[in-house]
Design a protein around this ligand. Sequence first.
Ligand code: NAD
Length: 465
Amino acid sequence: MIEVENLIGGEYSTAAESFDDICPSDGSIIASIPRTMMVDDAVKAAENAQPGWGALSLEQRADWLDKIADALESQHRQLAELEALDTGKPLEVAMEVDISRSIENFRFFAEFSRNMPEEVFEMEDATNTVLRKPVGVVGLISPWNLPLYLLTWKVAPALLMGNTIIAKPSEITPLTAHRLGQILCEIGFPAGVVNIVHGYGPEIGQSLVEHPAVKAISFTGGTATGRLVARTAAPMFKKLSLELGGKNSSIILDDADLGLAVPGVVRAGFLNSGQICLCGSRILVHSSIYDEFLESFLAAVSELKIGPVISENHMAKVLSFIDLAVAEGGDIVAGGLRSEDDGFHIEATVITGLSHDSRTATEEIFGPVVTIHRFDSDAEAVEMANCTDYGLAGSVWSKNRGEELAKQIESGMVWVNTWLHRDLRVPFGGIKDSGVGREGGMWSLGFFSEAINICVKHNDLQARV
Ligand code: NAD
């Protein structure tokens, strides 16, 4: 039994009140999570630490990011075991996706900063330089589906730009964030620069967003929660980044290479039990190849071994969507049931026969459930793909027309003949109800800094070189 504690100013505090962390694989209690309101203390610690951390050079902070990456790397397997325990995902996925990427987040931003060009704009009679100052104390709120991966995607650029942090990990998966805090203490990372407060979102998360000394909120989570966060933070003029839900299409055109498309679309539908915001859960297939695609797709799905969904509540929500699909007239052609008595397992589920604008096909389910729909032309595929309120991601599978079609999809990113192929320099984020703002490369560094312009008029008496 692990006791998760708040990390404030480099110290851990034992909680008077706590609640249980449940393992999704078997429903057992694996940890206790503090339920103590310590946001004020965390803000004070972060305020005290900010001048010292902000005064380091970019290079010194980048060196710290590398040291953190080294420390995480030395604990790669232990961190993956904790992530697998807390989320129920297979250990290989935790090793290869979650923890590898968490390490890369620190290494990437450290290296990126070393290659950052100076921002200088020359005028005829003056020189403008852009200074990037820290925003100050920032709040980082993250979800349960990729716990350490998504938290460190915010921590690394926030630290690099000289901010001090209050991190609020998901109350459903606190273990790797807790371990990250311990690792920071073990390597002598300056106290108070990273503070971690655990607990329920509407209590701890909300009070973090409300706190006047927290100058920016970077939030990843559901669209409904994002709306609440925006409602609180926007009138306080906080910097706000919202990475929200998705309902993404995988589009298979008539000239697709099915040898590539079928495994790609299966992976996009079911990786992490379909619990990735980028998952392609609505599959649009050209009529001329529909039967051939469906047969191979179902054969591949029948071979899948997937982990549980995250919680009992979430399992009930996903199963209720399968009931809704039946009520809407859909055919369950694979799966459809809870698969084991222990834990929160649901079979990989494939639904056909629904309209592309049905609730099942347009609302975010966030589980191992996909719907498949037919189309007869590229224009119809685009219209079907764009008919949801979300606009996060998508993929197009085609030998010749993928890029052209991708440009017409209303979403923040579209992959052609691949999925979840990430270059960390590119903008990441959604349009429509999938969010506001972008993360990645310079977009993250821009969010976690205040860009200040210094304009120096040339002295006419001095010759300019
Ligand atoms: P959630 O919105 O329930 O919770 C996210 C975080 O917000 C948690 O830490 C939670 O404690 C906190 N929170 C809850 N209420 C709050 C409040 N009132 N004020 C401040 N914080 C609050 O989301 P979830 O169920 O943890 O994650 C799943 C959702 O996240 C899905 O919708 C998924 O699409 C989305 N997601 C989006 C991205 C992306 O990059 N766009 C990535 C991963 C997940």
